[in-house]
Ligand binder design. Structure first.
Ligand code: NAD
Length: 482
């Protein structure tokens, strides 16, 4: 058995930690030695992954906090540790069901053959991950890849170097280098990585880079799963209680300071309710974050470049006539930090960069609408988003919104939670992504669904062979009857 997991500690990251070609060669050789690990082996791999995360949860929290210059430890516990471990446990619990070949019907023409679909590992999966949830977004795809019996090579983000280095070390401590490896490095390494001939490539990141990754993968016809971003709308119906909506939206928006791919990007609010909603959001923010600067619950922007990018979006909106409302409950100053206070923006229009680019930070524009139809049209006229949130208790209207809108996922009267459920796929549509993973869909994404046709001893196949004559004509007539 070559698919070993090792349990030593204190080892440094592997030599060649930045040579993806060499790392892939080792993984490929491992796959060729053992192309279809047993259920017991897969369970061992998933056990090892779970233990790795649990054993190093404090180190992970410290590394992410250092990389962000302040990331809520509780948000790390929820979004990096809990979600990852829960996904691994769900995969272990369902593995036998997922791996079992499925019987299919051969249809009248091919009776009495037996037909089944076998789910086989594809080989080596490449995983490119972003900085915003640097552990979960590396290890959740790995969970699906290992459950499906693959080997994997990870390329975490260069913007969270401490976390990437830690991942590299703990993966080297946990898995043999022919099963899972991590390579670290900057954009050039990422570009080289995306050109390698993986058997599947998962990319989580921006839509812009997603396009480049898909082009690179096309050279080797590598199938891709693209988990991208975009502007996720949140629609509030006139009848929904404002305070309740504001508290839910505040949690979804300012978790990780808005640096979440499925965070509400902008709000669509009935015309007469914009001002009351602003007051309700301000109250919700003050309740959650009485202070910001040294408040460990309020996460920092990941680096100065991103803080300046957000500052430029706000300046552009302000210059073009928007009203910018900074919510700074304790009236603090933020020099020397990358913290950016929760900020609401009204009087926005399409000419502002804020309404063109994904915000990916604690800034929330509010767009008024007259009728629900107008709000739905506003969403439909724009690129298909990763998430859509709708606040309403009327079942028929909710159904209409779900049916009329296209987005990766939807949450009703909630934010973010659609992505946390293990028993449902997670993925985008159009510019917000392609393909899905999590749970069973993750297993399917990383498996090859192989049809096996098992011919019966007695069968009608000879009738299909030339020289054609009366028998095939009678058979076709029979089969083509309505
Ligand atoms: P990014 O696209 O800049 O980088 C993501 C990864 O791609 C990094 O590991 C980076 O090194 C690598 N990369 C950079 N240039 C590359 C290239 N030319 N070729 C190949 N790889 C390259 O994204 P980011 O700033 O790290 O993350 C933010 C974006 O990710 C946002 O748009 C957000 O919405 C999106 N996101 C999506 C999801 C999702 O699940 N759909 C989750 C988190 C973040």
């Amino acid at each position: 058995m070559t698919t070993t997991t090792t349990e030593t500690t204190g080892r440094a990251a592997r030599p060649n930690a930045n040579d993806p070609r060499a790392a892939l060669a080792r993984l490929r050789a491992g796959f060729e030695r053992d192309p279809n690990p047993s259920i017991e082996a897969r369970r061992r791999h998933l056990d090892a992954l779970e233990r790795m995360v649990m054993r190093h949860k404090d180190a992970i929290t410290r590394a992410i906090t250092a990389d962000f210059g302040g990331r809520s430890a509780h948000e790390t516990l929820i979004a990096e540790i809990f979600l990852t471990v829960e996904g691994v446990r769900y995969a272990k619990a369902n593995l036998a069901k997922w791996m079992a070949p499925e019987r299919r019907k051969p249809g009248l023409a091919y009776q009495p053959a037996k037909v089944s679909v076998h789910y086989q590992p594809k080989g080596v999966v490449g995983i490119i991950s972003p900085w915003n949830y640097p552990v979960q977004l590396a290890l959740a795809p790995l969970t699906g890849a290992l459950a499906a019996g693959n080997r994997a090579l990870l390329k975490p983000s260069e913007l969270t170097p401490e976390t990437s280095a830690l991942l590299s070390r703990i993966v080297a401590d946990t898995f043999s280098d022919d099963l899972v490896s991590v390579v670290t490095g900057g954009v050039q390494l990422a570009v080289d990585f995306s050109h390698l001939s993986f058997d599947h490539l998962v990319f989580t990141g921006s839509t812009h880079v997603g396009r480049l990754v898909m082009k690179a993968a096309a050279d080797n016809l590598v199938p891709v799963t693209l988990e991208l971003g975009g502007k996720s709308p949140t629609i509030l119906h006139d009848s929904y209680p404002l305070e309740k909506a504001a508290e839910t939206i505040a949690l979804g928006k300012w978790f990780n300071a808005g640096q979440t791919c499925i965070a509400p990007d902008y709000l669509l609010v009935p015309e007469g309710r914009v001002e009351p909603l602003i007051r309700a959001l301000e109250a919700a923010i003050r309740k959650s974050y009485p202070t910001l600067r040294d408040n460990p619950d309020y996460t920092s922007i990941v680096n100065t470049r991103h803080r300046e990018r957000l500052g430029a979006l706000l300046a552009d909106a302000g210059d073009k006539g928007a009203r910018v409302i900074e919510v700074n409950p304790a009236g603090e100053r933020f020099e020397g930090t990358n913290k950016l206070p929760p900020t609401l923006v009204t009087q926005v229009d399409d000419g502002m960069l804020l309404m063109q680019e994904e915000i990916f930070g604690p800034v929330l524009p509010i767009v008024p609408y007259a009728r629900l139809e107008d709000a739905l049209r506003y969403v439909a006229e724009r690129p298909r988003p990763l998430a859509l949130y709708y606040f309403d208790d009327d079942a028929r209207r909710v159904e209409r919104v779900i049916e009329r809108s296209l987005s990766g996922g939807v949450a009703i009267n909630a934010c973010l939670l659609q992505c946390c459920v293990d028993d449902a796929p997670f993925g985008g549509i159009g510019p917000s992504g392609m393909g899905a993973y999590h749970g069973h869909e993750g297993f399917l994404t990383f498996s090859h669904a192989k049809t096996v046709f098992h011919q019966a001893k007695l069968n009608a196949a000879p009738l299909l062979a030339p020289p054609y004559g009366r028998a095939i004509e009678v058979l076709m007539k029979l089969l083509l009857r309505g």
